[in-house]
Design a protein around this ligand. Structure first.
Ligand SMILES: [Zn+2]
Length: 150
């Protein structure tokens, strides 16, 4: 564990913000609701429980999302600007483990944008974890050294 990690924990205020964001994002989107989630608040409940289960980390590279957010805030890492959605990068995203399966609590996890975008529809969750997630993790760790070095 990196020493700076303690300063970027998931806390109740973060979870409250995520709940608002997820409800807003998915209320006007069929994305994520076509599968096993009854409505946006139900998805938000699952989402925050999942953040706790994953300890605030990406399901693939296992980098804490709040550290990724800090890398973006410090302009060490680029994000993707998306019209209507703001920035992709600083928050965890809904990821289907099996991209051909439904959006449901069993088939979803939360992943960082960088893994989610990279895995896309191309790789299985298992192959992504084995072959690509370690490279993502190593890259984030190299960037995080710049944070703790400052
Ligand atoms: Zn990741």
């Amino acid at each position: 564990m990196m020493p700076i990690e303690a300063d970027f924990k998931i806390d109740e205020s973060y979870l409250a913000d995520e709940r608002k964001r997820v409800i807003k994002l998915f209320s006007r989107s069929k994305h994520g609701l076509a599968g096993g989630f009854a409505d946006a608040p139900a998805l938000a409940d699952w989402w925050n429980n999942q953040i706790r289960l994953q300890d605030g980390k990406c399901a693939y590279c296992e980098t804490p999302i709040r550290l990724i957010e800090e890398l973006i805030n410090r302009e060490i890492l680029a994000f993707r600007a998306v019209r209507g959605e703001g920035r992709r990068g600083p928050r965890l995203e809904l990821e289907r483990l099996d991209a051909s399966g439904p959006y449901s609590s069993k088939n979803c996890a939360l992943a960082c944008y960088y893994c989610n975008n990279d895995k896309s529809y191309i790789y299985s969750a298992e192959d992504y974890r084995i072959y690509f997630a370690p490279a993502k993790r190593a890259h984030f760790e190299s960037l995080l050294k710049k944070l703790s070095g400052n």
